[in-house]
Ligand binder design. Structure first.
Ligand SMILES: [Fe+2]
Length: 532
């Protein structure tokens, strides 16, 4: 991981005792470490976050950014100089009186002065509160949790899942309402930022009005999103599980192939910058996710007692290129028929890459959880898009572009008798509730899993008239609606899962109100959504 000097320094400090906060500055700990800065502007302008809860710990995140949108590449977030010590405290109470853990880490220039504190050794299954301090500044207090022990009987759990939060086209009221529902965790399924900007004027502009394409512009894009008060409050009070979709890098990219046919080596440099900026802003574990050039691992597995296990997937980094991608003007996703693109059905193609497929299949087979959620970026259900000439098209950027990979997954869920498999996704800017069939070409074949897709936080909905016209050819789709923005709220118990499709009144209204579009349940032992 390669910061030997810093790590030695940090070990020295930890041996010497915690960096003291509040009353005065720390004593001279080590010659090369200065006391923390006296800030003129709040360095915690991007808020605080926690994520990746496991039975004995979690990750705490912050990034020092006194000038969060600094345009000078030499001063990310308004920071200059070297490493800055950041102290953290973890308490058993919201007033931070009963401190259970404290320590100091270093915010490093190469990480844009972000910190990721990987906590272990805490008791399982309870809430914790936390805060940071650096020099003269102290953060607000956040709330997080340790996951229940792996075999503990868990009677219920609540989680939200969210995707597609375009800052320009709406306010983050959906994030605000989700926070108010106090879920145990929130699962981000991608398009957390948009690297591009809209042709249509929105309600607010990305700060720099450019397409994010290098480290400075990706960092500032994340920073701007994180200055949003609704998003800050969600992160401060609800631990996150994170994955990404395409817009964290570029629309419809696939591994090293860009939508715009960039030279792959050039595109991988861009991807490296995008992944690094993602890492710098997310509460993910450095031991798993620290980026290495253009590669960064985000797929992971999280269990909450005996109730539920999440397999969080990466649908972008390892995928085969979109089928028939090489045709002129066909970068990214496009509709193809069997006649126009036989390649789409090639069994060697994978949405996940073979290493991740194997990891997923092994994990699902070994899981003893009552519910097994597969959290990923895009629509998985078969979707026949009847074209004007009567032929059937398939969209090449979602799982319809990777039907052999989807068939392998469905067969595995069936053969390994995976309990209560539920796929959740985003990307489509619409709510969906679907049966996932063992054989997509036979409607009488068993439904082996249930799929829910959540609508966007703000991004414009998918084409309601077009999609609605395709539904008669897709009887396994129980529900589709792209006309509202919002999120999905899921209440899980051993005998049933309830999925509430929550919608906001108007993404252009910063004070938008909340209502419920539909409720679906999945019953233990019976795949498929049932409208409640
Ligand atoms: Fe999106």
């Amino acid at each position: 991981m390669g910061h030997p000097k810093i790590l030695l320094t940090r070990r020295g400090i930890l041996r010497a005792g915690a960096w003291s906060i509040g009353a005065g500055l720390a004593p001279a700990l080590i010659g090369c470490v200065a006391p923390g800065p006296q800030w003129r502007q709040n360095p915690f302008s991007l808020g605080i976050a926690s994520g990746d809860p496991v039975p004995d710990g979690f990750v705490l995140w912050t990034r020092l950014a006194p000038d969060p949108l600094s345009a000078d590449p030499a001063t990310p977030g308004g920071m200059t100089g070297g490493a800055v010590p950041v102290a953290y405290e973890i308490a058993a109470d919201p007033q931070m009186l009963d401190i259970r853990r404290r320590g100091t880490v270093f915010a490093l220039p190469e990480d844009a002065w972000s910190v990721h504190v990987e906590i272990g050794g805490l008791p399982a299954g309870r809430p914790y509160w936390y805060r940071f301090s650096a020099g003269s500044a102290q953060s607000s207090i956040g709330k997080t949790m340790t996951a229940p022990a792996a075999n503990a009987a868990l009677p219920r759990m609540r989680f939200g899942f969210v995707s597609c939060a375009n800052y320009e086209v709406g306010y983050f009221s959906a994030y605000r309402h989700l926070t108010d529902e106090q879920p145990d965790i929130v699962v981000f399924l991608g398009d957390y930022i948009y690297e591009n900007f809209g042709r249509r004027p929105g309600v607010r502009r990305h700060s720099d009005g450019v397409v994010a394409s290098d480290l400075r512009t990706y960092r500032n894009r994340y920073a701007q999103y994180r200055t949003d008060a609704d998003l800050q409050r969600l992160h401060a009070t609800v631990p996150a599980l994170m994955t990404w979709d395409d817009h964290e890098v570029q629309n419809d990219y696939a591994d090293d192939l860009s939508e715009t046919f960039d030279d792959p080596a050039t595109f991988l440099k861009r991807r490296a910058a995008a992944y690094r900026a993602f890492y710098e802003h997310m509460p993910v574990r450095p031991s798993l996710s620290h980026p290495d050039g253009p590669t960064m691992r985000v797929y992971d597995r999280f269990a909450f007692g005996d109730l539920i296990e999440f397999s969080v997937l990466d649908g972008r980094q390892y995928r085969s290129s979109q089928a028939c991608y090489a045709k002129p003007n066909h970068g990214g996703g496009h509709a193809e028929t069997d006649a126009s693109c036989p390649e789409r059905r090639d069994g060697a193609r994978s949405m996940l890459g073979m290493a991740q497929e194997t990891w997923l299949f092994d994990g699902l087979a070994a899981s003893r959880a009552k519910w097994n959620v597969i959290a990923q970026d895009v629509l998985m259900a078969d979707l026949r898009e009847r074209q004007p000439d009567g032929t059937i098209g398939y969209w090449t950027d979602d799982w319809n572009g990777y039907p052999a990979c989807r068939a392998r997954l469905m067969q595995h869920i069936h053969d390994a008798r995976v309990r209560n498999a539920v796929v959740i996704g985003g990307d489509n800017h619409a709510f969906w509730a679907n049966d996932l069939k063992l054989d997509v070409n036979d409607q009488r074949s068993p439904t082996v899993a249930t799929e829910f897709v959540g609508t966007s936080i703000t991004s414009f909905g998918s084409n309601f008239e077009a999609y609605s016209s395709w539904l008669p050819d897709n009887p396994h789709v129980h529900f589709y609606d792209s006309r509202k923005r919002g999120y999905a709220l899921v209440d899980v118990a051993p005998e049933r899962m309830n999925v509430a499709m929550r919608v906001i009144s108007d993404a252009a209204d910063p004070n938008a109100t909340l209502s419920t579009l539909r409720n679906f349940v999945v019953e233990n032992g019976r795949a498929g959504p049932i409208e409640a």
